[in-house]
Design a protein around this ligand. Structure first.
Ligand SMILES: [Zn+2]
Length: 340
């Protein structure tokens, strides 16, 4: 569509489906014709991106955008249900070109969208998300190129480089232009929307990317080296109750804290032989083997080496569907680990 419907600017995410019955791409004109691609609501219960897009468009209701904007409003059906993804769907942020499940309707949608956006020669791409809120606002990128680092730095000095999971928007879009995913903390926080609005406006106003990477002292650059999963057969608790894996009740408070070797994550039922499962989250390079991150001696889950966790959550459904969280280390601008 080349304009937003009249009621789009004020409708909340859960009622959006009454205005937009389907995932929709808007092509909104601006002074600079090279478009900024913005995706929102790839996860139906993360509404900060929608709120930010609505606010930006309200501000420019009577004047031209400084740059043309391609706005993709994603999972309106999941938004109506107040969930990340419907049980019948593939996650809208695991369905982009490169996905492990290309023969799905969601992958077909993202393939057609990607092909369409590619022909428009985008200037940059941003994908707006929320998470548990017990993290700083941070940007994620998939290339350590100067332009991508500048784009992420426009949002936050905390920047996470990752190569997996496959099928995410920013990995696909990074083939076309500088691309970042931004994590805006908790749903419902006014500060999240304000920060996302500021970021979208800064991207629209940017005329070009500087040639040189930002100063190393200007960016806290981290890389996800490992993903932590829980065996599907294991019972899990986050409230201290009895289970095969009893996570510490404040597990989500550990996010983005540099943890020393010996830090406890909780306990396991040793008799069942159940342990946390750690998989490498890097695609290539000399450091392709994953370290032994945890010991389970005496039923205590403890870190063996220092690490910085991200995305640790107390939401058991999210742990089962996705993962418990990621383990990161600081890196330099070439992606190499800096010893803590
Ligand atoms: Zn999300």
């Amino acid at each position: 569509m080349d304009a937003v419907p009249k009621d789009f600017l004020d409708v909340p995410a859960q009622e959006l489906i009454t205005v937009l019955p389907l995932p929709t791409l808007f092509d909104l004109p601006g002074r600079d014709p090279a478009p900024l691609f913005v995706s929102v609501l790839l996860h139906g219960n993360e509404d900060t991106g929608l709120l930010a897009a609505q606010e930006v468009l309200r501000r420019y209701r009577d004047r031209e955008l400084p740059r043309r904007m391609l706005l993709f409003v994603g999972n309106v059906a999941a938004a109506a249900a107040g969930v990340r993804t419907l049980e019948t769907q593939l996650d809208y942020n695991r369905a982009w070109p490169g996905t492990l499940q290309p023969a799905t309707p969601e992958a077909d949608l993202m393939r057609r969208l990607y092909d369409n956006v590619a022909t428009q020669r985008p200037f940059a791409s941003i994908d707006i998300h929320n998470n548990t809120g017990l993290s700083p606002h941070y940007g994620c990128l998939n290339r350590l190129a100067a332009a991508d680092l500048h784009l992420a730095r426009l949002f936050s000095r905390t920047v996470v480089y990752f190569e997996k999971p496959l099928g995410v928007q920013s990995i696909a879009m990074a083939r076309l232009c500088p691309a970042v995913t931004v994590e805006c903390g908790a749903v419902g926080a006014h500060s999240a929307t304000a920060h996302a609005v500021e970021f979208v406006e800064a991207c629209l106003a940017l005329s070009h990317f500087p040639e040189h990477a930002p100063q190393a002292t200007d960016v806290d650059l981290l890389r996800t080296f490992a993903v932590v999963k829980v065996p599907p057969e294991a019972s899990i608790s986050v409230d201290g109750s009895d289970a095969d894996i009893q996570l510490r009740t404040d597990i989500d408070h550990l996010n983005f804290s540099p943890l020393a070797a010996g830090t406890s994550f909780g306990s396991v039922n040793e008799q069942n032989g159940i342990t946390l499962q750690v998989e490498a989250n890097i695609d290539r390079g000399a450091d392709g083997t994953v370290a032994e991150y945890f010991s389970h001696d005496g039923g205590d889950i403890r870190l063996i080496e220092p690490a910085i966790p991200a995305m640790l959550t107390r939401v058991i459904n999210a742990i089962r569907l996705d993962c418990l969280g990621y383990l990161m280390h600081r890196i330099d601008m070439t992606g190499r680990r800096i010893e803590d």
